[in-house]
Design a protein around this ligand. Structure first.
Ligand code: GAF
Length: 376
């Protein structure tokens, strides 16, 4: 008997999936209407589902016992807590948007580490949304599903995140990075095949306990919005790189100046990285990664010692570039390394962590993978 039948007593109608992501460059730029460049990971959330006719959603996950049930008609922000808030949020936002999703039983499986900054929240929201829509044969543009998932995360879960993670989970394609311009709401698929150039993208989960993540993320976002208001622009994307010094001179405080400098220079680094990748000069993207990390560490102040040690050690071991990726305060680093140096770089990071008495790090494969889809 399948796990689904064991839990729900019926066979499923289908299986849907949505991946996690790592962002190559463009950090904390999405909520500033900026530019980002994520790839989707092979690691994903899978939702096995069957339709119900009673307007009730039942959710279960392989990792925990029991089924949590809620009536779709009664779902409102805060009504379902803990991990089930994500599937409940997806159901809520689809109902609010007018989609007739009825009821469903959903079994959630994941090989995507949660709390590692790999966007497991967005993947769970997106996987649930595509399953609920797919069960009813409702077709919705992937970018619109991403927007709905973001709305659920903002208003149901209560996290003031931008749109990068959901777009990566919905719109990435195999072998490409997703160049997403948030202000224009336009995307471009940029071929990304490090192996073809003898390179590898090493992803290392530094296993640092997330410290104050939610509050600090919200604080960074607020500082950026305040700076934009002081400068009289709708978002920091409107500050051209060439006008940065003028803008900095007009701001009232040193902290806010550093936040703005990060955002404006980071958006510029995304443009430069994309131009180099388009020209087949991937090796030259390395120093942009390293500059991004320095900016996130010194100006945006969202790194932790584990991230800095991992990046410094990767660079000392010969990486072409390295940076933290994701929201910060823990999570993962990425390093662009010669394929022949992948194992020795990882060993060097593991040894450095032992010397600092940090929890041993873990590595992941970063093959650029496709966005959400129906599996069967
Ligand atoms: C988190 C958020 F969810 C994203 O929207 C983005 O802001 C990212 O941090 C930082 O680039 O993953």
């Amino acid at each position: 008997m399948s796990k689904f039948a064991e839990v729900f007593g019926t066979e499923p109608d289908g299986v849907w999936r949505a991946p996690g992501r790592v962002n190559l460059i463009g950090e904390h730029t999405d909520y500033n209407d900026g530019l980002v460049l994520p790839i989707a990971l092979p690691n994903q959330i899978q939702v096995t589902a069957s339709a119900r006719t009673d307007g009730v959603i039942g959710v279960a996950t392989s990792g925990r016992p029991g089924v949590i049930e809620f009536a779709l008609a009664d779902v409102s922000p805060g009504s379902v807590k803990d991990w089930a808030a994500y599937p409940a949020g997806a159901a809520w936002v689809l109902r609010e948007a007018g989609y007739d999703i009825g009821g469903a039983n959903l079994l959630v499986d994941s090989d995507l580490p949660s709390g590692a900054g790999l966007s497991s929240s967005a993947a769970l929201l997106c996987a649930t949304a595509v399953a609920l829509l797919g069960l009813r044969d409702i077709e919705v543009d992937p970018a619109e599903v991403a927007r709905l998932a973001q709305r659920a995360e903002n208003h149901y879960v209560g996290a003031p995140v931008g749109l990068m993670d959901q777009m990566a989970s919905m719109c990435c394609t195999a072998g490409h990075a997703l160049y997403f311009d948030i202000r224009a709401m336009s995307t471009d698929q940029i071929p990304f095949d490090p192996e073809a150039e003898g390179l590898s993208l090493l992803v290392v989960d530094v296993k640092a306990p997330h410290r104050h993540v939610d509050g600090e993320y919200a604080a960074r976002r607020k500082s950026c919005e305040q700076a934009a208001a002081e400068l009289g622009v709708p978002a920091l994307r409107s500050v051209a790189f060439e006008d940065l010094d003028d803008a900095l001179a007009r701001l009232s405080g040193d902290v806010v100046r550093r936040r703005v400098r990060h955002v404006v220079t980071e958006i510029r680094r995304v443009e430069e990285a994309v131009a180099l990748m388009r020209a087949g000069r991937l090796r030259e993207v390395g120093p942009l990664f390293t500059a991004s990390h320095a900016s996130l560490r010194d100006d945006f102040e969202i790194t932790v010692p584990e991230l800095d040690v991992a990046v410094d050690t990767a660079l000392a071991a010969g990486a072409l570039g390295a940076r933290m990726t994701g929201g910060g305060f823990g999570g993962c680093i990425i390093a662009l390394v010669e394929t022949s140096a992948t194992a020795s770089t990882l060993t060097a990071i593991t040894e450095a962590f032992a010397a600092h008495s940090f929890t041993p790090p873990a590595s992941l494969s970063a093959t650029p993978s496709p966005g959400a889809s129906r599996v069967s």
